[in-house]
Design a protein around this ligand. Structure first.
Ligand code: ADP
Ligand code: MG
Length: 342
């Protein structure tokens, strides 16, 4: 995983845009970089008082979500317990929060015709791209697991989740976005923070307005060249930005790139002509869910999906063309001449 790439985004956002004018007004009062949820967390907090304790609380929140909710590796997380209940007639009783998140995820699965499908847990573990034993599995193994995948086989009624046997959920596609939503709640409840940006791997929240009223400048990672970026998104206020790409976790075998975003229809890494998708919208879970869904669905189908959620996107295709949706055309500046803005 390219931890350093995220660090690089962070440095770009905060260092590459030296703020002219009054320094003291513009200086970021609290900045830190840490590891949580298996990725780099970079944050900048603006406000008064004990900002470091808020910074610690942000990290605690992310670790809590990871351990008690999302991680299938942590035996008593809700998802691990739900997975262990697969096949039981009673199902598993989720917390209100998790049930609400799952409801949204299942809705995106439906609206994307299964491009996003969190029921592929056994398949993503078989590939293990980004894990300790990544491999290109035998076609027969993939076929066997495909039979048990399908968001439409999940039943969620009020908080009771019923999973058929042999099904295992993987919330990897939405965890960081959920993290950003929880960070929003935390910051809202904390009167000492007026503005903030936190990047949780490829998912970012910009919160509130900087003291000098200037926009947030978010650098979008170059999907092909390390230590470079594609362009800058200039946004005001609270936004959620999430990027999915084939460059984050992958293995090369026989000149083929096998990356971590799987097409639930084929069981193989998605190949619909895109190498990166960035989503901008007003919800963290949705930004993350849609970035994965659009990456799998491809450019044309994604446009329909984005309309449903009033979300915007930057697509990069394999021929290095960049497509930006109307809502953020003015906000995005391409700054890399390897790519062509269409
Ligand atoms: P990242 O987590 O690296 O930022 P994504 O948000 O795109 O990237 O999520 C990718 C992760 O989601 C994979 O590592 C895997 O755990 C899971 N996943 C892969 N393909 C899909 C898919 N089609 N639908 C749902 N989850 C997926
Ligand atoms: Mg995602």
């Amino acid at each position: 995983m390219k931890h350093y790439a995220y660090l690089y985004i962070f440095l770009l956002v905060f260092l590459c845009f030296p703020l002219t004018g009054c320094q003291s007004k513009n200086a970021v009062p609290y900045q830190t970089t840490n590891i949580a949820m298996g990725t780099t967390i970079s944050m900048s907090l603006y406000g008064d008082g004990e900002l470091s304790s808020t910074g610690d609380a942000v990290l605690d929140t992310l670790r809590e979500i990871e351990n008690s909710l999302i991680s299938w590796r942590v035996a008593d997380s809700e998802i691990a317990q739900a997975n262990a209940s697969a096949g039981s007639v009673d199902g598993f009783e989720l917390s209100d929060t998790t049930a609400a998140y799952l409801e949204t995820v299942l809705e995106v699965a439906k609206n994307s015709d299964g491009a996003l499908d969190i029921t592929l847990g056994r398949l993503s573990r078989l590939w293990d791209i980004g894990g300790s034993n990544p491999q290109v599995p035998e076609a027969s193994e993939i076929l066997e697991l495909l039979a048990d995948i399908g968001y439409e086989k999940v039943t969620l009624s009020s908080n009771t989740l019923l999973l058929p046997s042999n099904m295992s959920l993987d919330l990897g596609a939405v965890g960081k976005g959920i993290g950003c939503d929880e960070i929003y709640d935390l910051l809202r409840a904390n009167s000492s923070v007026n503005a903030a940006t936190v990047s949780v791997g490829g998912s970012i929240i910009t919160y509130g307005s900087k003291p000098d009223g200037s926009n947030w400048n978010v650098a979008i990672t170059d999907p092909r060249y390390d230590n470079s970026y594609l362009g800058i998104l200039s946004l005001s206020g609270t936004n959620y930005i999430s990027t999915s790409g084939d460059y984050e976790k992958y293995i090369m075998e026989d000149d083929m790139r096998y990356h971590h975003i799987l097409d639930p229809l084929t069981g193989y890494p998605a190949q619909n002509g895109l190498i990166s998708v960035t989503i901008v919208c007003d919800n963290g879970l949705l930004s993350d869910a849609l970035s994965t869904a659009c990456f799998v669905a491809g450019y044309e189908k994604s446009l329909e999906l984005l309309k449903i959620y009033d979300a915007d996107a930057i697509f990069v295709d394999e021929n290095y063309n960049v497509y930006v949706t109307d809502g953020i055309t003015d906000a995005f500046t391409l700054s890399n001449d390897v790519y062509t803005l269409q």
